[in-house]
Design a protein around this ligand. Structure first.
Ligand SMILES: [Zn+2]
Ligand SMILES: [Zn+2]
Length: 82
């Protein structure tokens, strides 16, 4: 069957990453807690929003990807089912 990791290409794109400058690596839109009043009049901590730049990962890809042989299939592009 086709390797699910590289989709049969035999290589996978490996990106260099750096700490997201928007959230400083926290993955959150704001680094301090925000509060809101809910429908019962209770003050509660707001669920922090994900950082839009890194989508919550805290790191962003930089530069061009480097194509490296897929580790799952060893670069063949297919794996054998048992
Ligand atoms: Zn593969
Ligand atoms: Zn971020």
């Amino acid at each position: 069957m086709l390797c699910p990791e590289c989709k049969g290409n035999g290589t996978v794109a490996k990106y260099k990453t750096q700490t997201c400058p928007t959230c400083q690596g926290t993955g959150k839109r704001t680094s301090f807690p925000q509060f809101e009043i809910d429908e019962y009049g209770v003050c509660r901590q707001k669920e922090p929003e994900k950082c839009p730049t890194c989508e919550g990962r805290g790191r962003i890809r930089v530069g061009q990807p480097e194509y490296v042989p897929c580790r799952l299939c060893g670069g063949r592009g297919t794996i054998y089912e048992e």
